[in-house]
Design a protein around this ligand. Structure first.
Ligand SMILES: [Zn+2]
Length: 141
């Protein structure tokens, strides 16, 4: 009976510890997905702007008739405007979220830059660590 109680108590404690961990992971995952959607729009924007540049270049080189150029250019303008609109909607509908996302990615790149590799096992450690978290080797001479 005592063992059973201990088991139950242990299980309850374990669940209490693990539940917030899992919850954290889910919200992190959704943040990553959101970031990807925003990034996807940014990439689309880059592509369409690049395409417009290419089109103008080809037109200037005489590879396209004015009629073709104007037709394709109008299509690209519509597409670009659509993407700009989508980016704006995404950013204004979740101003705070966008701000947090930008802050997080800035922080991520900052912390990545501050990582050092362990001379013994090669695993990455924060710059503030004196010893490797994996093998315990001294990180700084
Ligand atoms: Zn190591």
């Amino acid at each position: 009976m005592v063992y059973l109680l201990c088991g139950l108590l242990g299980g309850a404690i374990l669940a209490a510890i693990c539940t917030p961990l899992f919850r954290k992971e889910t919200s992190l995952e959704s943040a990553i997905i959101e970031e990807t959607q925003w990034d996807l729009l940014q990439r689309k924007k880059e592509i369409i702007l690049g395409n417009i540049q290419d089109l103008e270049f080809e037109y200037k080189c005489g590879k396209l008739s004015q009629q073709d150029y104007q037709k394709i250019r109008a299509e690209m303008n519509t597409e670009a405007a659509q993407i700009f609109q989508e980016v704006e909607t995404l950013e204004s509908s979740a101003d705070l979220d966008a701000l947090i996302r930008r802050e997080i990615s800035a922080r991520k790149s900052r912390s990545n830059a501050k990582q050092i590799s362990c001379p013994s096992c090669g695993s990455k450690n924060p710059n503030t660590n004196k010893f490797c978290a994996d093998c315990g080797a001294k990180l700084k001479a």
